[in-house]
Design a protein around this ligand. Structure first.
Ligand code: PLP
Length: 408
């Protein structure tokens, strides 16, 4: 007999219950969320918090956006999964509209971000052998230090974060790591075996690390000249967050391949995709790559509804306008607990004075005041509220940050 599911436990009890049965690969803030709407979440006891993390940008449209929830409900009542052994009636429109939104030719639908990265790596390697003519098994991919591209064994092979790597070898060969935001180092690393340069246009997990203006255009120029692909990981930076559909648009750059995830699933289901030119994605033939769930009708329906929201431009505009409010608020806190910050659109990495506590400690204090954020490392916290947040809510959260930083 299985024990009955208990729903009458409080937050503290639920946190204690996780300890013996749940793998300890996370160290969550001690808040147990039970429901949410828009930019707000509510815990088991009914306490409300402003969500200033938005699922690492997976919730760009807020919790339970009505148009997305409605689409999901209607799709749940009709068809949820076919596998790619058969066609489904939602996939064509998803691919058409996502490729149109991103200005690309083709779409390879997957589920999680890490799968999109893995798929991007496979496609780049195959392109190197089939199109560029790199000798078999010699292709290299150049990546940046302090990257975050996911958690699979191949992806942690080229991480520079020892915590993410240590104990998980042996690692996948074929990657070269160069400093981020350094075109000379990139130039020196690229050679005739290079399949691709894979970078984040803004490094999210590294603390919203924004490269100098000209870097992304430089990467585009360099990769074009060297005859290798530019693969942009826009899983966190893309789909409205920076004020553009894609963060590379800040420098009017068009990569060969773009990796999307997180917000593409509307906060409802995991949806990711590799989008790119026909020359690159055209290298895949039946049987060479796949996914049981990739492109499933529920994911395609929700993904199409996400694309529909972005087609209006409303969310990109909100990110730009609210980004001004965020920047102004943070400017006012520099010297008052904030050492420095980096921001683009509605996305900021804030370095707090280490004397005031670690990023984790500041996050815990903010939580007790009704604002949820996440530290990245050291004394850096990341602010990435849903793009649906209001200016007033944002100012409220900045006021709470000021209170937390000046009270200690
Ligand atoms: C989150 C993230 C990933 C991995 O996505 P998962 O869905 O967690 O596998 C990859 N790249 C970037 C830039 C990310 O932010």
């Amino acid at each position: 007999m299985t024990a009955p599911v208990r729903t009458d436990r409080g937050s503290e009890e639920l946190i204690r219950a996780e300890e013996p049965v749940l793998a300890h690969n996370y160290h969550p803030l001690p808040v147990v969320v039970a429901r949410a709407e828009g930019a707000w979440v509510e815990d088991v006891e009914g306490r409300r918090y402003l969500d200033m993390l938005a699922g690492y940008s997976a919730l760009n449209f807020g919790h339970r956006h009505p148009a997305l929830i409605d689409t999901a409900h209607r799709q749940l009542d009709r068809l949820t999964l076919t596998s790619r052994a058969f066609h489904n009636d939602r996939l064509a429109e998803f691919a058409e509209r996502l490729s149109a939104l991103t200005g690309t030719d083709m779409v390879l639908p997957m589920n999680t971000g890490a799968e999109a990265v893995e798929s991007g790596i496979k496609v780049a390697r195959k392109w190197a052998y089939d199109v560029k003519g790199v000798p078999a098994d010699r292709a290299t991919i150049v990546v940046a230090a302090d990257n975050f591209h996911g958690r699979t064994t191949t992806i942690v092979s080229f991480s520079t974060d020892e915590t993410a790597r240590s104990g998980f070898g042996p690692f996948t060969p074929g990657f070269k790591i160069v400093p981020y935001n350094d075109l000379a180092a990139l130039e020196a690393a690229v050679d005739e075996t290079t399949a691709a340069v894979l970078i984040e246009p803004i490094q999210g997990e590294a603390g919203v690390n924004i490269p100098d203006d000209g870097y992304l255009a430089g990467v585009r120029e360099l990769t074009r000249r060297a005859g290798c692909l530019f693969v942009a990981d826009e899983i966190q930076s893309g789909l409205g967050r920076t004020g553009h559909t894609l963060a590379v648009e800040h420098e009017s750059v068009v990569p060969d391949v773009v990796l999307l995830g997180k917000a593409l699933g509307g906060g409802i289901v995991p949806v990711s995709a590799v989008v790119g030119s026909r020359e690159v994605l055209g290298v895949l033939h039946p049987g060479e790559h796949g996914s049981t769930f990739g492109g499933n009708p529920l994911a395609a329906a929700v993904g199409t509804a996400v694309v529909e929201l972005l087609e209006t431009g409303e969310f990109q505009r909100r990110a730009t306008d609210l980004g001004e409010v965020l920047r102004e608020g943070l400017d006012a806190l520099v010297g008052k607990g904030v050492v420095r910050f980096r921001a683009r659109g509605l996305w900021a990495g804030v370095d707090v004075d280490p004397a005031l506590g670690t990023g984790r400690e500041v996050s815990e204090r903010l939580m007790r005041e009704g604002v949820l954020v996440k530290d990245t490392h050291g004394s850096t916290i990341r602010l990435a509220p849903p793009l649906t947040v209001t200016a007033e809510e944002l100012r409220g959260a900045l006021g709470t940050l000021e209170k937390v930083l000046t009270a200690s």
